[in-house]
Design a protein around this ligand. Structure first.
Ligand code: NAD
Length: 355
């Protein structure tokens, strides 16, 4: 055996009601005057966290948007400076957390994240920002939140459909961690557990969105999967979703949910050990049929066409996927990527190509 494992420095508080510990956690970081960040839809939640702080010392900025656009970041920076914020508290999904990271990068302020989706950004040193229509991603510990509070109560309002797609988005991190070029035994254990926790919890959430038990297990799985994303390199699936989302403005979680079984089928022959572990976590005969069946059970969208991708974009997407080199178990080529995208566009069943 030969591997490298790097642990990420972060403090994680997990449990129902623990959002109420936010001011104490901030105090332990030496902070009493946070800027609380959310998307417009989660402003009430941000106000509720602000009200936990005494003497109106917390301010709220509720304009976070998907893909961290620079114009929003620059407005938020002015508010952070104008209010004398000494810390950043993100309440929401990847959009709110992304904005807090963008501010932390430029101000050095410590962050606390209270995630309300399963996207996983709160435990990664990764930031994606959009400027002049181009999304650029980089890794730096400067954007990793110092502390994360997973309070299941904050996820109860996440609609069942969004929960399913966000959960599959999380699962994609763990799937790719299992065949990552820098995979290691610790991350792989987290990946398998994360997939298993989400695969069991998501159908229960669909059947009973108010189930705190299922929501809590999904959140646990999302933490494990997010940690995988933060720890090892991702491969073809994340590249494809990045290209599709960035080029055709497709919704992030939907794109992940549609593509995952297709990409896993594409990789199947080149990563047999990872495929066995994914199948085992899903309780399925093999990885891609298990993921496809889970998507069907969760009623996620099946085709790129239905989420707005133009058919004539397939060739361009294949080119962009191949433009940069990155580690992947199977060496991608234009024809096979195009064929996979064509199947995903039509909503056809995934197909493991001959290598
Ligand atoms: P999001 O934060 O935009 O949330 C999706 C939608 O769900 C929004 O409309 C939001 O208002 C709503 N929502 C969130 N929580 C809710 C709740 N509890 N109840 C009701 N509605 C709720 O999307 P996301 O999928 O969480 O994150 C996607 C973004 O995060 C993308 O920009 C993606 O690139 C980024 N991301 C970054 C990383 C990273 O490591 N840097 C990881 C994953 C995702």
């Amino acid at each position: 055996m030969r591997f490298e494992f790097r642990a990420l420095p972060a403090r994680v508080l997990f449990g129902a009601g623990r959002r109420r510990e936010t001011p104490e956690l901030a105090r332990q970081l030496g902070c009493t005057r946070p800027l609380i960040i959310s998307t417009p839809e989660q402003k009430d939640l941000a106000d509720a966290i602000a009200s936990l702080f005494s003497e109106a010392r917390a301010h709220v900025f509720s304009e976070a948007a998907m893909h961290t656009p620079w114009n929003v970041t620059s407005r938020a920076l002015a508010v952070a400076q104008g209010t004398g914020a000494d810390s950043l508290i993100a309440v929401g999904g990847g959009s709110a957390i992304g904005l807090a990271k963008a501010l932390a990068l430029r101000t050095g302020l410590p962050q606390i994240a209270l995630p309300t989706t399963y996207a996983g950004s709160e435990v990664t040193p990764i930031i994606g920002e959009t400027q002049d229509g181009e999304k650029r991603t980089r890794r730096t510990l400067d954007v990793l939140p110092e502390a994360v509070i997973y309070d299941v109560d904050l996820t109860l309002t996440l609609p069942a459909r969004l929960s399913a797609m966000s959960g599959l988005n999380a699962m994609a991190h763990a799937v790719e961690a299992l065949y990552a070029v820098d995979a290691n035994p610790v991350t792989s254990i987290m990946a398998e557990q994360g997939i298993a926790a989400l695969a069991a919890a998501l159908p229960e959430i669909l059947a009973n969105p108010a189930s705190r038990d299922a929501r809590s297990r999904a959140q646990y799985g999302a933490w494990l999967c997010g940690t995988c994303l933060g720890s090892v390199g991702m491969a073809l699936h994340h590249k494809v979703c990045h290209v599709l989302g960035g080029t055709f403005d497709l919704p992030h979680a939907d794109t992940h949910a549609i593509m995952l079984a297709h990409v896993v089928a594409y990789q199947a022959g080149a990563a047999p050990h990872a495929m066995r572990r994914i199948a085992r976590a899903l309780g399925a005969d093999d990885a891609w049929t298990g993921l496809h069946a889970l998507g069907t059970r969760l009623h996620v969208p099946r085709s790129l066409a239905e989420i707005g991708m133009p058919h004539e974009g397939i060739g361009r997407a294949a080119e962009l996927v191949l433009r940069e080199t990155y580690a992947n178990p199977r060496t991608p080529d234009h024809d096979s990527i195009r064929a996979m995208l064509e199947r995903a566009w039509r909503g056809a069943a995934p197909q493991p190509d001959a290598l």
